[in-house]
Structure formats: structure tokens, C-alpha cells
Design a protein around this ligand. Sequence first.
Ligand SMILES: [Zn+2]
Length: 436
Amino acid sequence: MRVQTIIEAGWVMPMTDKETVLPHHSVLINDGKIVGVVPTEEAGAIQADEIVRLPDHIILPGFVNAHTHAPMHLLRGMGADLPLMDWLQTKIWPAEGKLMSPEFCYEGSLVAGAEMIESGITCASDHYFFSEDVARGLTQAGLKCSVSGIVIGFPSAMAKNTDEYIACAEALFERFQDNRHVRVTVGPHAPYTVDDEGLIKVRELALKHNAYIHMHVDETQSEIEGSLKQYGMRPIQRLEKLGLLNERFISVHTVHADDSELALLARAGASTVHCPCSNLKLASGFSPVAKMMAMGINVAMGTDGVASNDKVDLLGETRLAAMLGKAVCQDTTKMKVGDMLYAATMGGAKALGWNDRIGSIEKGKDADVIAIDLGNVDTLPIYDPASQLLYSAGREDITHIWVDGKLVVKKQQSVGLQPLTRENAQKITKTWQNRI
Ligand SMILES: [Zn+2]
């Protein structure tokens, strides 16, 4: 057997389930695809054009950022500490009103894509205007993406009314129908910004294209109160009544969903995207993620846009989600390491319907793979590589990123602080570890 690339790793976490960690394994890559995962001692018999030796690294599938607004990278840092409506009305909406254009969306997405890929994110699901230009920026930065045909109940530089938004979305489906790197979702903004008539058109469009619906839902308490007042029911109950819920529905945030709404999502087989940084920074509340997981709802991770985060660091987001989730349900046994790393990879791929191609390291999938260095002082000693990847490592430790088998990012390895070299740090920690 001959392959193009062998990555010999300290550990491989394939994410075909939530627990498996394979020590001393190698990932085999050929023609942009994963062709096998084998014990490294067996990889010696395989010919390769290139062997990448990473004995201190853990290999994972690339992270999936299941909810973001990439062009908002150009608004990073605006209006910190303002209440949500002040933030939107005095900062974000006026800036967007001034800047909104295809160029703004392309260049913002290119910058966002560069930060994402450096952070180990190899696929992103975007929700914004001028999505053809968003896709151009993200793919140019090296990512795969889902982009949204947005539908919102007020005019923008892109469209004047629901029918024009739907027409723009139709054009997106046509534009990307055979694209290997871009898929299209229908993106109604939120239950409070799209009326019933608009949501019925959204449902029909999604059905026609067998597409996923990507929507902010139950983000704030005032959204619930508004829905009860205007429609006499909670937002997810209304979406169910209008026929939007199925296994292709992506409910972003889902912070204030009550048990009846969660039951509707679970029954439909829908997914949710958890964006804890955004929920905390905008003081939206605490999403009941442990409860969702227990009910069998697929959970993905998202960064939201940087205007409410203010970074696209999916590993950091997932670490925060794990700790926050435990505190919210007051149970350390929930939101386990495997649950969280699964949400950041396969959970995202499933939510977006990309799991036929990405989300795990297994034969036949795209070789979208990241390597995280666990050999530095910030992660040593290693007792539990998966746990230390989640709780100790940071995005700066993600040193190698492959997309379609091509190495797109290679960072310098930290040399450590003198006089404690990397080698000495490993020696000291190993010595004490061996005395247990
Ligand atoms: Zn959002």
C-alpha cells in the first residue's frame, strides 16, 4: 500500500463515538481523503510520500463552527458593556447600515476565515447577507462552509421584502448546487423578525431543496414574552405549528426553551447550536445544554459573530461550555469531555448535514484534520489526553491543520522558557507521573 501522507500521532481521537482515544496511531491520507487509521507500528509497512511525526500531539477532525456571522469581523469590539437593544440600535445596526455591501461581506469573511482556520475550524455555518460573497471569503481562507439564504422582516441593502429575500436564497441554491465546498441553508433570522407568512415561504423553500433551516431561536426572555403576547404561544411551539421542525432544523441558542419546547425539538430530531460566549456577553442567559443532551437533542458548538464574542475560538468556546454547563445543572458528571469534543466536531457536522463528508476521522471522509500539541508546559503532564486537550490546551497549541489532505496551517512549536526547555519540562513531569 502506498499513500501520500502518514500522520504518526501520540493519540488519535476519531470522534466516531464520544470516548475512543487511540494511543500511538497513524492517520493515512490519500487524494484528499482519509484512507485508514492504524496502530503506528503497522504504519511502518506502508509506503508514503511524506510522514509527519507528531509524538506529542493528539489528532482530531477539524472543528465545526455551526453558527457565525463572518462579515461582522469588521465590527469587532464595538459597543462593549451596552444592553442588548442599545448595542444593536446605537452601534451594530447603524454600522451595518453604512457598510453593508458584497465587498464588506467578502472581505469580512476572508478575515474571519483566516482567524477560524488558525483556530482549527475547518467548516463554518454562516448566517448573514450577501452569502455568495461570504462563501467566497470563507473558501478562499481554506474552509468548507454552509451559507444562509437569509430571510428577515425588514429591508436591507440586499432585499426589500420577503419575496426578494426568498429570490436571493433561490439564486444561492442554484449558484452552489454542485459545489464541493459550499452548501446552502435557509436562514430565517429569528421568530420575532419573520412573520407567519414569511416562515411558511421558508418552509416551502427548504422542502423544495431538501435544505437545512438555520435560525436564532429562544435567545432572550423578551423574545418568549413577545411571542406569547403576539401569537399566544412560545416560539418553538409556533415553529412546530408552522411545520418548520424536522431533523434539518438548526435551532441556534435555544437559551430560554422550556421543557415543552425541548420535547418538540427532540421529537423532530432537530439540532441546537450552543454559543455560550455570546449568551454570556449579551447577558442572554444560560442554555439548558445538559438537559438537551439527556433528551437526545444533537448539540453543536458555535462562536456566533465576533461582535458578541469577540473571537472565533471553538476550542475555548467548548471549554467554557463544559464548565458553564456543569455549573448550570450543578452536576460534574454532565457535559463530559467526550460529549463536548463530539459537539465541537461530529455534532456540528450532523447539525449541518455535512456528516457524510466531515466530523470524524474514518475511512472515506475528507482529510480535514487538526493536530494539537500536548507536549508543552501548558498541558503537561498527560494523564488524560482528551481531558487535557479540552481543559488545558488553547488554540495556540493547534499547530497543524489539513483540509482535503493539504497542510494549510503549520505553526512554530513553542521552545519553552529558558532554563526550562520543552524537553526538560517533559522529563520533570514524566518522572513525577511515573511515581504514581
Ligand atoms: Zn447569531
